[in-house]
Design a protein around this ligand. Sequence first.
Ligand SMILES: Nc1ncnc2c1ncn2[C@@H]1O[C@H](COP(=O)(O)OP(=O)(O)OP(=O)(O)O)[C@@H](O)[C@H]1O
Ligand SMILES: [Mg+2]
Length: 328
Amino acid sequence: MKIAFVGKGGSGKTTLSALFIRHLAAAGLPVLAVDADINQHLGPALGLTDDRAAALPSLGAHLPEIKEYLRGDNPLIRSAEEMIKTTPPGPGSRLLRIVEENPVYAACARPVALDEGSVRLMATGAFTEEDLGVACYHSKVGAVELLLNHLLDGPDEYLVTDMTAGSDSFASGLFTRFDLTFLVAEPTRKGVSVYRQYKEYAQDFDVHLRVVGNKVQGPDDLDFLCREVGEDLYACFGQSGWVRRLERGDEPPLRELEPPNREVLARLQTAADTAHGLRDPHRYSAQAVRFHLRNAESWGNAKVGADLAGQVDPDYVLGVGQPRTAGV
Ligand SMILES: Nc1ncnc2c1ncn2[C@@H]1O[C@H](COP(=O)(O)OP(=O)(O)OP(=O)(O)O)[C@@H](O)[C@H]1O
Ligand SMILES: [Mg+2]
């Protein structure tokens, strides 16, 4: 399943996505971790040294190869140049599976060994000075949108994405590409205002949203979140000495995480597993097409010099009729 962590800057998206990833990996489950934040912090949060994190390949830089691979021999996509971030898969397209080897992972993913288990990590690449003022950030996360639209994932395997802060994610259709979105909220007015903003935008797109309180210190914090968030509040992660140790540069093993916080991670997994069962492949593909047509019309057709509506096969539904096993 496809899971995102979103929320206000500094709320704990990276901390909770890294912990969730470690929790899943410790259970021996396959996980593809994706750092889609402008500030690339997921690698270090998973224990990579700064040097190794900085050496991670960037999805943005490999976009042409990624497109060439995914397009496969789909006759509706005449060249990689004509493929934009929203171009949906169709007959002949190559799909990605979470557990497989493929040229996209070979170029862009790196294994990360954890204290229990290991995962594959991909990163959009840092947002550099050169990107300012241009749509490059969006082309970087565009690579993630493309991957998600071509990912054939099952109920027993996870893609976990650490997203960019606040509502920047709405600049593309990326925020609609997940089975479940965890919105991390601190018990503060700003924390919950980001939640309200996200919810308002997301509800028009049927985004399945759950709020995870973070840095919750006591009953007052809990009351505040319950009052402000109501039934969307799903779990509360406490202010954690274990996370502080991590911040100080210790490498505390996952098994030493405070038991109530470990319990929260298990709850998040339950929510994720439930969300997969609620997935509607037809709606997912229809939404991909909707975003594609919208992007084609607003800039894609002009950029590519072709009518990109022709890339859509209206009968193609991701997850219906394609084999889960690669190369079959
Ligand atoms: N439950 C917690 N207990 C203690 N400290 C925490 C907790 N969650 C997060 N922190 C600390 O809060 C800070 C911000 O956390 P984090 O980097 O995970 O947030 P973020 O939402 O990813 O931020 P950004 O928007 O900058 O990417 C970090 O110093 C982190 O160690
Ligand atoms: Mg972060």
